[in-house]
Design a protein around this ligand. Structure first.
Ligand code: 3PG
Length: 472
């Protein structure tokens, strides 16, 4: 078996943890899975469609990709494990990595399906990145929750767009007054004429000060600066000139801006000591369907590049992602050692000791009735964030915020939300409107996964990608 005159199959090869990247890919095509694997390895490393007169032993030995395992599902489909030598990759250049491993291969015409599940990077590669400056603990310090260790609670002002700066800050003030830690811009609100970025910033900082004086809390505002690079820099300089590091978190639509702009702007946020908030709008385009790139790959780079708090989905809200899938994304956010879980298409990876954990953000279709389930899935190191689940409360924003805070208080006291609601009106109203998600369902699901890991693996192998959605 060969592609373009060379064979990349090397089933005896054992990846070297210090020096190799490993990549896990699902593929299906009109030809055999081995041939497809060869084509992918060639196109993403040293080869092409025909033999090259310019190939030499040194290049072949040192830079080629090696297919060290194939888990065949059908003759023409399966999971391909590929190792790439560290030297293949340019230093501090995520784009070159993307163009190699997640680039041309998607265009190969014989492919019917191609999904890059996961990557594992050696620590030597990670050393060129500094990771988050603040990270989970830094954000906790800003919100003064490092002792209580309770989950953070936040909101996204709604309507997503359209409010004037004063109206927007009025909503933010009510949310803070109700006890929320964080108010954030939506992913599609930056500097529109009806709500200029600077005007909004000034109004919100007044709201933070006023509410903070009343609640005694340290409230945070995630300000969306996403734009072309020069404008992001102008906004960052402005925030810096105002000395807003204690209360303003720089929000970035990480996926849509691309790795280059992200890498560059994070160097500046770190220089100015601003914490950062990553929103993943757009990631699902190439994350669903038969051709795609799993979000966990982007998430690993976001952590290496230095995002401090990151949207990872909820597992119980309005966005795609089963509890098992989201649990995995949570582990990538804040664990140093992320274990292999084959049926989720996931590889083992150890983050280098200097790469701090990020705070995971659970956002999208969340309300007070889902807090117990969210904590069962994410634990307490999480920022639970509800937009409509706050502003859609029958009592308005203030009471919506209170309902979330009460749900957290209930959890911290070990009391299930429905019981706590008997003496807490705002929580009661939220449960009446949106119902209660039973955390035991989440616990049962996670326990099932733990107990049946082997069976889930074999199901994944029999069915291919649909195996991932088992926990839904
Ligand atoms: C987000 O930024 O995550 C979404 O705007 C969430 O909005 P929702 O809480 O109203 O679903």
């Amino acid at each position: 078996m060969a592609y373009g005159g060379y064979s990349y199959l090397d089933f005896k090869y054992r990846p070297d943890r210090e020096n190799d990247f490993t990549v896990l890919v699902w593929a299906k095509s009109a030809t055999s899975i081995e041939k497809t694997a060869e084509a992918i390895a060639a196109e993403s490393s040293v080869g092409s469609w025909t033999k090259l007169s310019t190939m030499n032993d040194f290049v072949w030995t040192h830079y080629r990709a090696r297919i060290f395992r194939i888990d065949k599902v059908e003759k023409n489909s399966g999971f391909i494990h590929i190792a790439y030598p560290l030297e293949h990759f340019d230093a501090k250049n995520v784009l070159q990595f993307q163009a190699s491993v997640m680039g041309n291969i998607f265009g190969l015409k014989e492919l019917e399906e191609l999904y890059v599940f996961d990557i594992s990077m050696p620590k030597r590669y990670q050393h060129q990145f500094t990771g988050p400056v603040h990270g989970l603990e830094g954000i906790r310090k800003m919100a003064r929750t490092e002792k209580s260790r309770r989950p953070h609670v936040g909101t996204i002002v709604k309507p997503k767009v359209g409010l004037t700066p004063k109206e927007w800050a009025g909503v933010a003030y009510n949310a803070f007054a109700g006890g929320l830690d964080l108010v954030k811009d939506d992913e599609n609100l930056v500097d529109q004429d009806f709500c200029k970025w600077k005007d909004r910033l000034h109004e919100v900082t007044k709201a933070i000060e006023k509410a903070g004086g009343e609640t005694g809390q340290s409230h945070l505002y995630s300000s969306n600066i996403t734009d072309k690079y020069s404008r992001m820099l102008e906004r960052l300089d402005y925030l810096n000139s105002m000395g807003l590091q204690r209360h303003v978190v720089v929000m970035l639509d990480t996926y849509v801006m691309g790795m280059s702009a992200l890498q560059e702007i994070l160097e500046h946020t770190k220089h100015c000591r601003f914490a950062t908030h990553g929103h993943r709008a757009g990631f699902a385009g190439p994350n669903r369907g038969n051709y795609g790139i799993n979000f966990q790959i982007y998430e690993k780079f976001y952590r290496l590049l230095g995002i401090d708090q990151m949207h990872i989905g909820t597992g119980v809200g309005k966005m795609e992602g089963s509890p098992a899938v989201i649990k995995r994304l949570h582990e990538i956010a804040d664990q140093q050692h992320v274990k292999e879980k084959f049926y989720l298409g996931s590889l083992e990876m150890e983050f280098s000791g200097h790469i701090k954990p990020m705070l995971a953000i659970a956002s999208g279709g969340v309300d007070a009735g889902k807090v117990d389930a969210l904590i069962a899935l994410h634990g307490k190191d999480v920022n639970i964030q509800a937009g409509a689940g706050v502003h859609g409360h029958p009592g308005g924003t203030l009471r919506g915020a209170m309902s979330l805070v009460q749900a957290i208080e209930a959890h911290m006291k070990g009391v299930p939300a429905p019981q706590f609601a008997k003496t807490h009106y705002e929580l009661k109203e939220a449960l009446k409107k949106w119902g209660y998600s039973d955390p035991n369902e989440i616990r049962k699901g996670l326990e099932y996964e733990r107990k049946h890991a082997k069976a889930l693996d074999s199901l994944a192998l029999r069915k291919g990608r649909p195996g991932m959605e088992l926990m839904e």
